[in-house]
Design a protein. Structure first.
Length: 309
């Protein structure tokens, strides 16, 4: 592993960053009496994270900045120096370790240019940090910049050595929502979809269920897909609706929101009127996944309206 200079962090790093929380619902709350371990074990300051438990880390980053380390046994394993440097911050930072070989969804989301790589999470938003191994004496400076950026975005909590970060308790989840979250944790997307659909039948105005349904449908559609094969098929058949829809899903899951919207809008414009419905329906669903407040959604919705009329 070669050393790499850390990236300069600044307040602009959060503008336009992909909101990873749009790709996964918040996790089910821990059972009463749960200990202080991280999502899949470890201390409260250093935890091992998986595709299934990453939602917990996103929520934690709204209280205390999280340093995500993507590591691989093939590249020398996790960096002990990074752990020491995080612990030296006295609870102002948390280290979340991701085994890149065993968590393909997170690798697809972050798209590392090399392994190991470190990314910060602040208020649910990713902030690029550095690739490779950085000497511990430089990490203190990098973390100082990260803490300053976090403070500018209202993330000033800390993680006590003997407990979880101090954050307001969330109200109990409605039963069908809790069922959906439990299903997501074990990768049972069909059961999660069924739970959300049932919740919407009971209350068609349940916005959380509607958003969750779109997110889980997206996760189900991209599960196990060969990214390169999907892109190759779409390139060979630019007006094939199924191929283009799949690549747009992969772009959303990978954080390339504008690429996905542009792809579908261009396809919509190129198709005859009687073939447009599936594309419009997928666009509307993806608008819900990304979030109505996102300016990229507003721009794409305006363009779709102009194409319709």
């Amino acid at each position: 592993m070669s050393d790499a200079a850390p990236s300069q962090l600044n307040a602009a790093a959060l503008r336009g960053a992909v909101d990873l929380s749009a790709l996964k619902n918040r996790p089910a709350p821990p059972a009463p009496g749960a200990g202080t371990a991280g999502p899949t074990g470890g201390s409260s300051l250093v935890m091992d994270v998986t595709d299934a438990s990453f939602g917990e880390v996103l929520e934690l980053s709204r209280t205390v900045p999280v340093v995500v380390e993507l590591w691989s046994a093939r590249a020398g394993g996790a960096d002990p120096g990074l752990e020491r440097a995080v612990r030296a911050q006295g609870g102002r930072l948390v280290l979340a370790r991701v085994d890149a070989d065993g968590n393909p969804q997170l690798v697809q989301a972050f798209r590392p240019q090399s392994i190991p790589m470190a990314i910060a999470l602040v208020a649910g938003q990713p902030v690029p940090m550095f690739a490779g191994v950085v000497p511990e004496e430089q990490l203190a400076q990098v973390f100082a910049q990260l803490l300053q950026l976090a403070a500018q975005n209202g993330v000033t909590g800390s993680m006590p050595a003997d407990g979880a970060a101090e954050a307001p308790e969330e109200p109990p989840l409605p039963p069908l929502h809790a069922e959906a979250y439990a299903a997501i944790e074990v990768g049972d997307y069909e059961r999660a979809i069924a739970a959300y659909e049932k919740a919407l039948k009971e209350n068609p105005r349940d916005e959380e269920a509607q958003a969750g349904l779109g997110q889980v449908r997206l996760l189900a559609r991209v599960q196990g897909v060969d990214l390169q094969a999907a892109r190759r098929a779409a390139a060979e058949a630019p007006t094939d609706v199924a191929s283009q829809l799949l690549v747009a899903d992969l772009d959303i899951a990978g954080g390339h929101v504008e690429d996905a919207f542009d792809r579908l809008l261009e396809l919509f414009a190129a198709l005859p009127g009687e073939e447009r419905a599936p594309v419009r329906e997928r666009l509307v669903e993806l608008f819900g996944v990304v979030g109505a407040a996102d300016p990229r959604v507003a721009r794409a919705r305006t363009r779709l309206t102009s194409l319709l009329f």
